[in-house]
Write a protein that binds this ligand. Sequence first.
Ligand SMILES: *[C@@H]1O[C@H](CO)[C@@H](O)[C@H](O)[C@H]1NC(C)=O
Ligand SMILES: *[C@@H]1O[C@H](CO)[C@@H](O)[C@H](O)[C@H]1NC(C)=O
Ligand SMILES: *[C@@H]1O[C@H](CO)[C@@H](O)[C@H](O)[C@H]1NC(C)=O
Ligand SMILES: *[C@@H]1O[C@H](CO)[C@@H](O)[C@H](O)[C@H]1NC(C)=O
Length: 313
Amino acid sequence: MKYQLQRLVIFIGVVFLFYCILLFTNSINAPRIVFKQQHKISSFEGFNNETGAGKLIVPNIVHFIRFNKPNFSFVDAVIVLAAFKNQNPDKIMFHANDVNFIGPHWDKIKSTPGLVYEIVKTAIPDDIFGQKFNEGWKLWHAGDVTRIRILMKYGGIFLDNDSYIVKSLDRFRKYEIAIGWDENQCIGTQVIVANKDARFLPLWLESYRVYHADKWYYNAGCKPTEEILYKTPELVHRVKLLFGVHMLVHNLYKSYWKDWRKQYAIHLLINHRSYLDEEHLDKWPVFTEKNIVYYNYTFGTMAREAYGISQNR
Ligand SMILES: *[C@@H]1O[C@H](CO)[C@@H](O)[C@H](O)[C@H]1NC(C)=O
Ligand SMILES: *[C@@H]1O[C@H](CO)[C@@H](O)[C@H](O)[C@H]1NC(C)=O
Ligand SMILES: *[C@@H]1O[C@H](CO)[C@@H](O)[C@H](O)[C@H]1NC(C)=O
Ligand SMILES: *[C@@H]1O[C@H](CO)[C@@H](O)[C@H](O)[C@H]1NC(C)=O
């Protein structure tokens, strides 16, 4: 009887110890387990969009899309080099239909020490869920959909070809998804930091079941804001102003904005200068590595710094 009791006590003790060990190792491994299970949609259930995860959960990959653009302009290169210098990504991925990149600025990117890149051949989709893209806007609307798919496949940092990274976005890499969303505005899709299993991504893609071909930015930005985020804002980490997806034409091309370095990113709206910066088009129709030396507005400093051009005036 006495021995039986002793054995029972020892048995319970051993079980308890075992249980403690299990609990302990589990708590150590917990974050990694969550990370490994990222393919399961449910893994972000209840995720805190303000505190984020206790660790980085977004891979340090920068993604660009280049449809029908094998040649790089000077500004294209400025953007790639700013991403390289200021984010220090493990890899830059170019998703392009024409993968035979050419031109002096591509040569510069390619030969930048430490810059790791991968070119992924990616067809331009013709339609979304059977609905043909607006023919005139096809490259952009197809790009809007493709960026969602890229993020769902790899996760990472998606940048428009005129989104300039000012400083490291690492502090946003602990969130399921971080996106520029200013007060009373639609989300800005020009800078997105996302885990591939972010719950918002498939919902956003699904919202294209009804595609409004006649509206430039409705499906890309406003529809998901109105239909998804008004109801469930906790799906994203909302970044106001600091991703620079608001109207900054005056700050970039008409003045010197001394606070530009306080931004994390700045969307240059470079292809919209034709109507937003008409007064300077005669003198500055395009920016090149030569004329940028004399350009004294904010963008001049930004471009020279990223490309490595000194202002020897
Ligand atoms: C590529 O772009 C560069 C500069 O933007 C230009 O000088 C060059 O002529 C272009 N090359 C081709 C093949 O279009
Ligand atoms: C900019 O990005 C869009 C996709 O969003 C793409 O279709 C277009 O070719 C790009 N433009 C340049 C100059 O790379
Ligand atoms: C987080 O989600 C709440 C809704 O639960 C929302 O009100 C808040 O603005 C979100 N915070 C950020 C930083 O996105
Ligand atoms: C830039 O230079 C022009 C003259 O070339 C001058 O009129 C203008 O005030 C300067 N702008 C700034 C922001 O320094």
